[in-house]
Design a protein around this ligand. Sequence first.
Ligand code: TRP
Length: 444
Amino acid sequence: MKRDNFSGTFGVLVALAGSAIGLGNLWRFPYLVGTNGGAAFILIYLLFVFVLCLPILISEFLVGRRSQSNAVRAFTTLAPKSKWGIVGVLGVLGAIAILSFYSVVGGWTLNYAVKAISMDLLHTSEQVTDTFNSMVTSPFEPVIYMFLFLLFTAGVIIGGIKNGIERFSKIMMPILFVMIVMIAVRSVTLPGAGAGIEFLFKPDFSKVTFETLLVALGQAFFSLSIGCGAVLTYASYVKKSENIVKTSALTAFSDAIFAMIAGLAVMPAVFAFGVSPTEGPGLVFIILPEIFEQLPAGGFIAILFFFILLIAAVTSSISLMEVIVTYIIEEFRLSRKIAILVTLFIATILGTLCSLSQGVLSQIRIFGLNIFDFFDSLSANVLMTLGGLLLVLFVGWKLKKEDFMDEISNSGTLNHKILYGAIYFLIRYIAPIVILTIMIFGLI
Ligand code: TRP
């Protein structure tokens, strides 16, 4: 069976950046920055992105492109008769867990986009809080929107890599970028925005704990889409002539820039209107509509914002779904259509459980968390970090160094020996030691 592929550098980049840039940047990042003390958290986050996670991103890219196969078989192809396939299995499970709660938030976003268009969003602050709470706890509405969101995701990847994922990302990513910059400009020019800008850029390290490090690391992994086979799966469709290091670096860079712009879009507005940044997961769904309500042309900005959130969510959820779909197609020899149906079925069931755990099933607790929070923290704090750790151990210690150098340099066509040596050093020693330390201390 001939495998599809991305057409060229720009296609790969927008797809990877599309996977990375998502609810993680626009929804998760701002509320984590808010609850973890602002600028100090951001600096630690950026350090993790470039020193730790970029080498992991490169490792994952390399494994995918060298093996040209799905997340599980990639490892068994590169290390035949070994147990390393388990890393891929963890990845596929992680992708399923993330897709499940991600689609719930994707559904909320779709619901809010519809509400914004029908002018049904902007009310007083109690009303906004009520709107959110009654929407997420309702047994039907969010489940239906979650399902629509999954259908939308499936509708993109049914077209395959080049005509589905690549085409969609090429159109949507530039639009996304222009729109978020518009919102950020509006936010930083509000009277009183200065306090929010200070919160984002003036670090106070006195409140940093190991917990902060763990949360920052989890967020860096989540935002770059690493450790769950998504980068690996996309990379398996990348041609041998693409520059791995350059594309990975540009992906990390766009993701970090986008997170910063998202911070600038949210925080100055939050401070300008005197609301607390420590609201948590409800920040963009409760606080922002309240703020939009008080802005001139707020109705239009609300539509713009929730539309941005929706596009960003879809360009990410397609990468999660593709991990599972590519795996099913290749391991069970099924057509893309059937593989998508199977994935939709699994994701709908688990997503429904996540959604209901906000309301009627809220009394079901796993380690003290409801199902939604359990999936979220299981994937960001355990599966992805563990996946990332095993991945760098695989590339640094199991894969032969010659193979690493051969793949990263496109069989010697690219000549950056010192850079590749430095990356290898980070992958082999620094990344595993730091991740392990943070995981151990974080768990204690
Ligand atoms: N990075 C995405 C975001 O920030 C989420 C995501 C998409 C993801 N694909 C992933 C996270 C794969 C982990 C693994 O919203």
